[in-house]
Write a protein that binds this ligand. Structure first.
Ligand code: PLP
Ligand code: COI
Length: 365
């Protein structure tokens, strides 16, 4: 059976669900990525059958053959999106169609089969409907959804797998950055790069993150919260953080963000901020910005704010930047006025506290 436009997911309820009072306890301060829900979505793929056997089932460990291709050659991609609590008690997704499209762009880059968009969307909707009670009902809280796909064929030859497993798991989350600091600090790595032209920088594949870990560890050793990567060719153009895009704000009220040249992830938050800013009359350039210029502009006061953005991080002010040749601070090292305004515009739409003129929000439960 190959799945068509209106897939239905078999439902196999967990017989080991977390008790209501224990769930409430876990939702008080969930942190990021440690509290998981009771169920997961799963769909299998084989060359003969195509996508088949879609199910919502109990979240449980996987049994894998140690020869499964993903364990050796990292043929794996994922997405990150959130379901939000609505003022009416329901749940909503933010631009899930954009995640579905990016998932397939990642699949093409990793030589994996595309998943029909409707199947991606329905897997996420079905899981959120099942796990609605796990959405924390507080300011920063959301149900973080992690769709992913990996090569499951048991074969050690280097070639695209003939079999895949697609899954969605869900995690109740609060703010990505804890500690309540008004801004984050960045470490500019000179030793490591994240992605080269022609590489996988624009795909959301696990390998990109594995590659970033040593640089992120260097950032932590340097006392910084996050690493910021420069381009792999000239080693001077600011690209992005390990898991977030970046924006710069200038004293004339304009903004700038690195262009999508294939080495950075095309963030859905980035795209939404571009749209919101332009519709608010702000000039935004998608142009390269060098680390030397960033330092000079921060020191002269021409640069007034900078922020990171992504699904997990939402909009996070950047307060200071450190590198081998010294460091600099940005503005008052707290959220500047434009950062605050854009964050509020975005979050209010996501959480149903402002009208949604773009049709970005999908109410699902
Ligand atoms: N850049 C990287 C490397 C990321 O992992 C993410 C997070 O998904 C982003 C940017 C932001 O993307 P989005 O706004 O779609 O979450
Ligand atoms: C996301 O924001 O969804 C990501 O994948 C980034 C990761 C650092 C959690």
């Amino acid at each position: 059976m190959s799945l068509g436009a209106a897939p239905t997911f078999a439902f196999e309820p967990s017989d080991d669900m977390v008790a209501v009072d224990e769930r409430a306890r876990r939702l008080i301060d969930p942190g990021f990525g440690r509290v998981f829900t009771d169920h997961m979505a799963i769909i299998r793929y084989s060359e003969e059958k195509g996508w088949h056997d879609p199910r919502i089932t109990a979240r449980q460990p996987l049994q894998m053959d140690p020869g499964a291709a993903v364990l050796h050659y990292a043929q794996e991609i994922f997405e990150g999106m959130k379901a939000y609590h609505r003022p009416n008690g329901g749940a909503a997704l933010f631009r899930p169609d954009a995640n579905a499209r990016r998932f397939n762009a990642s699949a093409r880059r990793l030589a994996m089969p595309e998943l029909p968009e409707e199947l991606f969307l329905e897997s996420v909707r079905a899981l959120v409907r099942t796990e609605k009670a796990w959405i924390p009902d507080n300011d920063d809280g959301a149900l973080y959804l992690r769709p992913f796909m990996f090569a499951s064929e048991v074969f050690l030859g280097v070639k695209p797998s003939h079999e895949y497993i697609y899954m969605v798991i869900a995690s109740s989350v609060g703010a990505y950055f804890k500690g309540g600091a008004p801004s984050v600090s960045l470490w500019v790595t000179r030793e490591y790069t994240r992605a080269a032209p022609g590489g996988t920088g624009a795909a959301k594949c696990g390998g990109n993150y594995a590659n970033s870990l040593v640089a992120q560890a260097e950032a932590i050793r340097q006392g910084c919260d996050q690493v910021v990567f420069l381009d792999a060719v000239e080693r001077r153009w600011v690209e992005e953080l390990g898991g977030m895009n970046i924006f710069f704000v200038f004293e004339d009220g304009s903004m700038q963000t690195p262009p999508l040249t294939g080495t950075i992830l095309p963030g859905i938050t980035r795209d939404s901020i571009l749209r919101l800013a332009r519709d608010q009359g702000i000039t935004v350039r998608e142009e390269p910005y060098s680390i030397e210029q960033w330092k000079a502009d921060a020191e002269s006061g021409r640069l007034t704010e900078a922020f990171a953005c992504g699904t997990a991080a939402v909009v996070t002010p950047i307060g200071s930047v450190k590198g081998v040749d010294g460091g600099f601070t940005i503005g008052g090292q707290s959220a500047g006025p434009l950062t605050q305004r854009l964050r509020a515009s975005l979050v209010d739409i996501q959480r149903g506290q402002a009208p949604d003129p773009y049709g970005w929000v999908e109410q699902i439960a």
